[in-house]
Design a protein around this ligand. Structure first.
Ligand SMILES: Nc1ncnc2c1ncn2[C@@H]1O[C@H](COP(=O)(O)OP(=O)(O)OP(=O)(O)O)[C@@H](O)[C@H]1O
Length: 291
């Protein structure tokens, strides 16, 4: 199978702090890969590196990010910007702050479609209405006239999903798209993402801290902690036979319908401490290794 995204040994630091410590992962064409980890694991930094949106003090210390065989990090800015939104799209975490509050939904969708697909205004409006219908928005013509604050959180997320798939991207980064939503809306949003993936043929890197979500929609998964990959493999294998103690601990801490709530065990603090100690030891090794 061919890789749409291939990250190899990516090291990123913010000031003196290492936030990604040699991350490698592959996303195959059309697959959904979960990128899992607790808060601060570095999940967002992976997405932000791909989008060229790292914080100002961040530096890429080593590594490669290949998209469809081309090195994203070595690509001229203009070329890379041409890919973003068109071949690589983002479903962001917070639907409220990700839409422009002072522009109507229609204007925002038309601008995207005109920029990337060169459509006329009329054709872009028609396509925008079709996309909203695809994500099960009732009365798309009316919704195109509304401002973001006039929509519910779930509806705003539908609009963002429609926009992410608008240009038939090869890769969609979904950055915790269900975190800000309540549980019933979460399920609908997951189903929608999966339906849009099938229709538009994209691969998805699904960033989440929720193993339940991974079990539902991801074919493969990567477990991240302290900016390091601790486990990687087909979801069915990792969930049934995790290799790393941290993955086992995460699973034991995840609620499941077939297990009583009192069987849940928090991730042992001693395990977390030993993982951080290992990360710091690796930092020292990297710092003392001759260039
Ligand atoms: N703007 C920033 N300046 C300095 N450090 C940052 C900044 N953003 C993130 N970090 C640090 O980078 C590390 C990785 O953060 P990141 O946001 O990628 O984690 P995450 O796994 O996405 O967590 P979450 O699930 O909470 O979003 C953390 O130690 C975090 O404190």
């Amino acid at each position: 199978m061919s890789a749409v995204l291939e990250i190899d040994n990516l090291h990123v630091a913010i000031g003196a702090a290492n936030v990604l410590r040699g991350v490698s992962l592959r996303v195959e064409a059309g697959e959904v890969r979960g990128l899992v980890g607790e808060s601060g694991a570095g999940k967002s930094m992976v997405g932000r590196t791909i989008f060229g949106l790292l914080p100002a003090k961040a530096a890429i210390r080593a590594g490669q990010v290949q998209f469809e065989g081309r090195d994203l990090l070595a690509m001229p800015d203009k070329e890379r910007r041409g890919l973003l939104g068109r071949r690589i799209a983002l479903i962001p975490q917070d639907p409220m702050t990700s839409l422009n509050p002072v522009r109507r939904i229609g204007a925002q969708m038309v601008a995207l479609l005109q920029l990337h697909l060169g459509l006329s205004k009329r054709a872009a409006l028609d396509r925008a209405a079709d996309l909203l219908a695809e994500v099960a928005v009732r009365d798309p013509a009316r919704v195109l006239q509304l401002y973001p604050h006039e929509l519910s959180g779930g509806m705003r997320q539908r609009v963002l999903i429609a926009m992410a798939f608008a240009c038939d991207p090869a890769l969609v980064i979904a950055d915790e798209p269900t975190t800000a939503l309540d549980v019933t809306v979460q399920r609908q949003v997951l189903q929608l993402v999966e339906r849009m993936r099938q229709r538009h043929g994209a691969a998805i890197l699904f960033v989440t801290h929720d193993l339940g979500v991974v079990a539902k929609i991801c074919r493969s998964m990567t477990v991240l902690h302290a900016g390091r990959v601790l486990e990687d493999g087909p979801t069915a294998d990792v969930l049934v036979k995790p290799h790393h103690a941290y993955t086992r601990a995460l699973l034991a801490a995840t609620p499941r319908a077939d297990r009583p709530a009192d069987a849940l065990k928090p991730v042992p603090p001693a395990l977390i401490e030993s993982l951080w100690a290992e990360a710091r030891r690796l930092d020292q090794l990297t710092a003392t290794r001759p260039a």
